[in-house]
Design a binder for this molecule. Structure first.
Ligand SMILES: CCCCCC/C=C/C(=O)SCCNC(=O)CCNC(=O)[C@H](O)C(C)(C)COP(=O)(O)OP(=O)(O)OC[C@H]1O[C@@H](n2cnc3c(N)ncnc32)[C@H](O)[C@@H]1OP(=O)(O)O
Length: 390
């Protein structure tokens, strides 16, 4: 078992780690002639290198086998009832009865060898191995109880196509049911997202405009609805500039971590459009009426630090250490008791859900009209003919 585990791990990684080599040599020597004193000492060193805590039950077993190997059968008085830890250790040792020292040593070495193998196989696998299949515009991975949904159109600044909205909804739906504790949305490349792909408005035959606007509003309602209803902690890892809908839905996230290179821009008026993502309700609540108006009506672009000062962003990190710091933090959070975390999220959010769905419906009905307006059509045409950029 241990040997098969060690060999399998080599195929997943670049090559055997020193831990895997030790596990393998330990396994080979013990099966050939029984564990020697040297094997025992090497196993004791290996225990210190384990990355995963084996849990109290295994630790007690290791302790008992160690004592039996070095001192023989338990020969001390049982600790008092209130000395709980020493009593548990004594019980474990005493339970080994008259087990010979050599057998205890062998069992100790075997146990450490198995622990090392499973410890090695739980080490980080390359992202390509963890990637979930079925997504063309996203990279979805799960590790350390975190499901990461990464928008993956870096050449187009992660502008959101119709397919991308649909895939994000599918990924959220799957993540709501998987065994992850936390869900992260982030972007690949220099942008978090430049918002709606303005090509979504192209190639619509004149007679189909109204129908397409209606379909767009339904898609947008469902997309935002997924964030309103999402049952687990949602974290936005804002790796670069964010525009439009990628900003407005942030009010529906539980944590927003931003690189100091990120900016937050909602230029709806410039585009002949109106706020969506429930921002007409969440932004005034988060930052107050005056600041929300400056962003949503007048298109003021905020730096990450300004967005943090106004409560839209949880914390800003230097770009040079952004990924390292954020993922260390999230890995620690992902070890919190999962069910309690989800229940707390629901207590915080559930009261607002009905209101948020009503706001979502209202925003989309206004937007559906806007998309048909001259102001919107001219703004989109201007961008697409490269006369205008934000
Ligand atoms: C179902 C419908 C739901 C609708 C929901 C309502 C949502 C509303 C919004 O999100 S409004 C916000 C819309 N976004 C924009 O208006 C941004 C437009 N893009 C830009 O202004 C610029 O591209 C930029 C500032 C993001 C980046 O500028 P720059 O650094 O100079 O790079 P490029 O412009 O050369 O971009 C590279 C490449 O990407 C294409 N691109 C970028 N963003 C978008 C976009 N939002 N839509 C379409 N295409 C985009 C850009 O055209 C370039 O393509 P090319 O290399 O020329 O083929």
């Amino acid at each position: 078992m241990a040997l098969a585990g060690a060999v399998r791990c080599w195929r997943l990684g670049a090559g055997p780690s020193s831990l895997q080599m030790q596990a393998l040599s330990l396994h080979m020597s013990k099966t050939a002639m029984g564990a020697s004193q040297k094997d025992f000492e090497s196993a004791m060193n290996q225990v210190k290198l384990l990355k995963k805590d084996p849990g109290n039950e295994v630790k007690l077993k290791l302790y008992a086998l160690y004592k039996q190997t070095t001192e023989g059968p338990c020969n001390t008085p049982r600790p008092g009832v209130f000395d709980l830890i020493n009593k548990a250790k004594w019980d474990a040792w005493n339970a080994l009865g008259n087990l010979p020292k050599e057998t205890a040593r062998q069992n100790y070495v075997d146990l450490v060898s198995d622990l090392s193998s499973s410890d090695s196989s739980s080490q980080v696998k390359p992202e390509a191995d963890r990637k979930q299949p079925g997504y063309e515009t996203l990279v979805v991975t799960s590790e350390d109880s975190i499901t990461k949904i990464m928008m993956n159109r870096p050449a187009k600044k992660n502008a959101l196509t119709i397919q991308m909205y649909r895939e994000i909804m599918l990924a959220l739906e799957a993540a709501s049911k998987d065994d992850s504790t936390i869900i992260v949305l982030t972007g690949n490349g220099d942008y978090y997202s430049s918002g709606n792909d303005l090509m979504n408005f192209m190639n619509i035959p004149p007679g189909e405009m109204e129908k397409e606007a209606k379909n767009g509003a339904i898609l947008l309602r469902d997309f935002v609805g997924c964030f309103i209803d999402f049952p687990k902690p949602l974290v936005a890892v804002i790796n670069g500039p964010a525009i439009g809908i990628s900003v407005t839905i942030l009010g529906l996230f539980d944590l927003v971590y931003a690189s100091d290179r990120a900016t937050f821009h909602t230029p709806f008026t410039h585009l002949g459009q109106s706020p969506e993502g429930c921002s007409s309700y969440t932004f005034p609540k988060i930052m107050g009426q005056a600041k929300a108006a400056e962003m949503l009506m007048f298109g003021k672009k905020l730096t990450a630090r300004e967005a943090c000062a106004q409560g839209l962003v949880t914390e800003v990190f230097p770009d040079s250490t952004f990924q390292k710091e954020v993922w260390t933090r999230l890995k620690a959070y992902s070890k919190l008791p999962r069910n309690t975390l989800h229940i707390s999220k629901q207590s915080i959010r559930n009261l607002e859900k009905e209101k948020l769905h009503a706001v979502n419906a209202e925003e989309n009905s206004v937007l559906q009209e806007r998309w048909l307006s001259d102001e919107c059509i001219n703004a989109v045409m201007s961008f697409l003919s490269r006369k205008a950029k934000l």
